[in-house]
Design a protein around this ligand. Structure first.
Ligand SMILES: Nc1ncnc2c1ncn2[C@@H]1O[C@H](COP(=O)(O)OP(=O)(O)OP(=O)(O)O)[C@@H](O)[C@H]1O
Length: 308
């Protein structure tokens, strides 16, 4: 569906051009859910916009559905669905008309668009809001309407830029459920996120991006297995004490990370680490044993947390 080799995006910023994407390789296969995980400014949206054939490629090679975005932009866009980071719905129109008018842009006949709009409103659970104005909707409803709109042309490939940013947990779960159903129906999903739980929930495969490059690639659980340990013991001591205390527990795990607000000890058995911490007479203000996540993978690879 998507193939990139040495893909670059450069922005002109006065005398020194800025490289937002610095030569990445990607292969997205039909039917999979593929994610770009990374902190703000990693280059995820810039990559997505090139894939959506709305931002020109600055260097390297990109093929979308076998086509070149520079030559075949309109043909590519006709087969894509795009749900941008900021909802760009027409707030003066009704929910139904947002879908109807968008469908008409694609040149679909009136009765086909009407039928599709009804189906899509059922799918995103907004049928009873069909006649409401968009500005009466909650953030989660607007997001679902944006997704419905991006599906009007029955795309083979759906691009979602931070689909659940700013939504409450219930709205996020509803959206994940709907995206999962789309995937089961055979739609290839490509999404960006800086939420590791979203990446773990939705993505079959993902790339972790940082500063315009890919720092890791694989299935979420394989990445965790490869770059982290099974468990993590989090220890909170007083502010400013963590770096010095790290030395006292360094032999307890395979790896120890000192963050400003906590120590992370990586091991196969977190409870055992905690017991040894107490045996050494160290009394953390708070402690927690948890499984490793993609956040730990990112921290290991870049020395930084995903949300700074
Ligand atoms: N049109 C533009 N002109 C100049 N610089 C840009 C432009 N768009 C993005 N950038 C810069 O490129 C870098 C990557 O931005 P991008 O939006 O791709 O990151 P991101 O990973 O999607 O982050 P976010 O989650 O904040 O959207 C940032 O430093 C950003 O300031």
């Amino acid at each position: 569906m998507i193939r990139a080799r040495g893909l670059r995006k450069t922005f002109d910023k006065g005398a020194s051009p800025f490289e937002a994407v610095r030569g990445i390789d990607l292969d997205v296969r039909k039917g999979e859910a593929f994610g770009f995980l990374g902190p703000n400014g990693a280059g995820k949206s810039s990559t997505m916009r090139m894939i959506a054939a709305v931002s020109p490629v600055s260097g390297g090679e990109l093929r979308i559905l076998g086509m070149d975005p520079a030559a075949d932009g309109p043909a590519i866009r006709a087969r894509l669905g795009v749900c941008p980071q900021e909802d760009n719905l027409d707030i003066e129109l009704s929910v139904f008309d947002n879908l109807y008018i968008y469908g008409r842009y694609f040149g679909l006949p009136r009765d086909v668009v009407r039928e599709r709009a009804r189906e899509l409103l059922d799918f995103v659970q907004l049928a009873e809001k069909a006649t409401a104005k968009v500005d009466e909707l909650s953030g989660g409803m607007k997001r679902r309407l944006s997704i419905a709109r991006s599906l009007v042309n029955r795309p083979e490939l759906l691009l979602l830029d931070e689909p659940t940013t700013g939504l409450d947990p219930q709205a996020r779960h509803l959206l994940w459920d709907q995206l999962f159903r789309l995937k089961q129906a055979g739609v290839t999903l490509v999404l960006t996120t800086h939420y590791m739980d979203e990446a773990e929930q939705l993505c079959d495969r993902l790339v972790v991006m940082d500063k315009g490059v890919i720092v890791a690639e694989g299935a979420p659980h394989d990445l965790i297995r490869e770059h982290s340990t099974r468990e993590v013991t989090e220890l909170r001591f007083g502010v400013g004490e963590h770096a010095a205390l790290a030395e006292k527990v360094t032999d307890l795990g395979e790896r120890v990370e000192a963050l400003p607000d906590r120590l992370l000890v990586y091991s196969a058995d977190g409870e055992e680490v905690l017991a040894k911490v107490h045996e050494r007479g160290l009394e953390p203000l708070a402690s927690l044993v948890r499984r490793s996540t993609l956040e730990d993978v990112f921290l290991h690879l870049t020395g930084r947390t995903l949300v700074d």
